[in-house]
Unconditional design. Structure first.
Length: 315
């Protein structure tokens, strides 16, 4: 989670028995190196690094992961090229990619990925159109070659157990960790999560199919409402011949530039982007990361005990 999954939260998750993933977002290679180093100082446990494939310095970022001996590289934000996957694998890291459909999962397997994440439309941030439960039924039974992790809309341990029973190797949670003590998000951002219900986390609205909008799930606020009016205004300037289609599309795309940072870091929850998944309704208070992990584990163990009797836990 860009701006959120930084050294403190990542180290707290890995130290608490989870697997933290550092979000590179728009960081430069130099900043990423510093962030990896700082995280390694806070935990000796393994953690991964999430790189956005559209980043203009993707190759250099992959090389930084290699230099810093990162064990797992997650390539996100679009289908990575075979060359990027190879470059990441050549660092010695395990490479994890997002598979939004069976055909793409097969393509990624041919490119040599070591694991897949299937992320459904319930997730926070950039989302596809298909629900987690449907992706899980379509992809888990047919991908046996590599571990598959399920993400999107997961807020409790019982749900984790169900996906494990369907064949997942694990689950990826984002929204549930935003209100962790160790998360650096602004108190206003955390308050918005605590107040929100599942129905407040909505995908961005596209006004005209001629001007595509990449869907992002976020809490409804002033900015999400203004975005609709802004698109209508830009499209009417295009229709009157004031601007061409390319410029209109760019203006629409630039609307959200810097918006996540504005909300997460500056605490401007009305004009920033409050990316959140539908599991936000299960976020009811701020608590230590270790307690969140323990809660998820206890719920999972109780679900397993219901099915099979008490489960011995090895720590
Ligand atoms: C605020 C926010 C920022 C995110 N940023 C990223 C990102 O930079 N890269 C990425 O691969 N996923 C990103 N995600 C998605 C998460 O990694 C994760 O897959 C998702 O949160 C899982 O669904 P959940 O929110 O229902 O738990 C983001 C999610 C949120 C809520």
């Amino acid at each position: 989670m860009s701006w959120i999954s930084e050294r403190r939260l990542v180290a707290a998750i890995s130290n608490g028995g989870g697997f933290g993933v550092l979000a590179c977002g728009s960081m430069s290679p130099g900043l990423l190196r510093e962030e990896i180093r700082a995280t390694q100082e806070l935990t000796v446990k393994p953690f991964g690094v999430n790189l956005i494939t559209l980043h203009p310095d993707l190759d250099a970022l992959i090389d930084v992961c290699g230099e810093m001996q990162v064990g797992h590289i997650v390539l996100a934000g679009g289908l990575p090229s075979a060359a990027s996957i190879k470059r990441a694998k050549d660092t010695g890291a395990k490479v994890v990619c997002f598979a939004p459909a069976v055909v793409l999962a097969r393509k990624l397997l041919r490119s040599g990925v070591d694991a897949l994440v299937i992320e459904g439309a319930e997730a926070g941030g950039h989302v596809g159109p298909v629900a987690t439960s449907v992706l899980a039924q379509e992809i888990l039974p047919v991908v046996e070659q590599v571990p598959v992790f399920v993400a999107g809309g997961i807020g409790r341990g019982e749900a984790i157990v169900s996906y494990l029973e369907m064949g997942a190797s694990g689950c990826q949670l984002g929204t549930r960790f935003v209100c962790a003590d160790e998360c650096i998000a602004h108190p206003n951002f955390k308050q918005a999560f605590i107040r929100a219900a599942a129905r407040d986390a909505l995908p961005s609205v596209q006004v005209d199919p001629q001007f595509p909008v990449i869907p992002v799930r976020a809490l409804a606020n002033n900015a999400t409402r203004r975005f609709i009016l802004f698109q209508m205004e830009v499209i009417s300037r295009f229709k009157s011949g004031e601007i061409d289609q390319k410029d209109a599309q760019l203006e629409i795309e630039h609307f959200w530039a810097g918006a996540l940072k504005r909300a997460v870091i500056d605490g401007d929850v009305e004009n920033g982007s409050l990316m959140a998944g539908q599991s936000v309704g299960m976020v009811t208070r701020q608590q230590p990361t270790a307690d969140i992990l323990q809660e998820l584990l206890s719920q999972a163990l109780a679900a397993l005990a219901d099915r099979h009797g008490p489960v011995p836990v090895q720590v």
